[in-house]
Design a protein around this ligand. Structure first.
Ligand code: FES
Length: 266
């Protein structure tokens, strides 16, 4: 078990299965990482053994679609084997909706102008094809979330002020990534990032405001991951001293005038 500065305790159960609790909140939370998609929910118990049992039951429910009436009928071996089976895409889609993790719940949480392009065609999703996004819809300072290969992609329209501020953070980030350009983009206005925290794959929140924040009194805008407090600047560069080890990833993408093409490298 590990415990961070905020008093959050992380208990690793198996690959992709964790429990969390905090000093202030007695309930255990269950986290599941299924093929890079994170599912979390409160297990509403303060008992670790019970939390572990509920975590396994929940995982089984996700894989089979059945709620086990008899908890003792399940054992770890069955569930670990279930983990090796591919989740059916239809079921996965349903889970995305019912678990409310990376979809609407996340995107409506942004406090800034926001555009969602979360609806590529089913065919495009199935093929993992490239996805196009019209950048002319995006005002300076706004961010859009575009789904590509079932991954949320953050598209940020950088403001002039943001571009001026990014070099000021070079000393505060782990990897300044100077070779990638000031906004880590070949375009001087738009930054394109995978919206997946590089710690345990939560969805970081977009906070472009330049103002003191609870997590940083000298905040110059960026992304904050509420799961364990990782901070990234507006170019997705991770701050020093947070749980996330590396910068937010930049997906392959290219620009064609006002069109962003995600999935096709320049
Ligand atoms: S998932 Fe842990 S800080 Fe983001």
């Amino acid at each position: 078990m590990s415990k961070n500065k905020q008093g959050k305790k992380h208990i690793h159960i198996l690959d992709g299965m964790s429990l969390y609790t905090r000093d202030k909140s007695p309930f255990y939370w269950g986290y599941l990482n299924i093929d890079g998609e994170i599912y979390k929910k409160s297990l509403k118990t303060t008992d670790k053994k019970e939390a572990e049992r509920l975590l396994f039951l929940w995982k089984n429910e996700l894989f089979t679609g059945e709620v086990a009436k008899d908890a003792d009928a399940l054992n770890k071996t069955d569930l670990i084997e279930a983990n090796n089976h591919k989740v059916d895409n239809t079921r996965r889609k349903a889970l995305m909706i019912t678990s409310g993790l990376m979809g609407a719940v996340t995107v409506t949480g942004f406090a800034v102008p926001f555009l969602s392009a979360w609806n590529p065609s089913e065919k495009a999703k199935a093929l993992g094809a490239s996805v196009k996004f019209d950048l002319s819809k995006l005002d300076p300072g706004a961010m859009a979330v575009v789904e590509w290969r079932r991954t949320p992609i953050f598209v940020v329209h950088q403001t002039k002020k943001a571009l001026e501020n990014l070099p000021k953070l070079n000393d505060r980030v782990t990897d300044p990534a100077l070779s990638e350009g000031v906004a880590r983009s070949s375009n001087d206005k738009f930054t394109v990032l995978k919206g997946v925290c590089t710690h345990l794959s939560c969805a970081p929140k977009y906070h472009p405001e330049i103002e003191p924040k609870a997590w940083d009194e000298e905040w110059l805008g960026g992304f904050f991951c509420p799961c364990h407090g990782s901070k990234f600047d507006l170019a997705g560069r991770v701050y020093k001293g947070v749980p996330a080890p590396i910068n937010l990833e930049v997906p392959p993408h290219s620009f064609d005038g006002d069109t962003l093409i995600i999935g096709e490298p320049a």
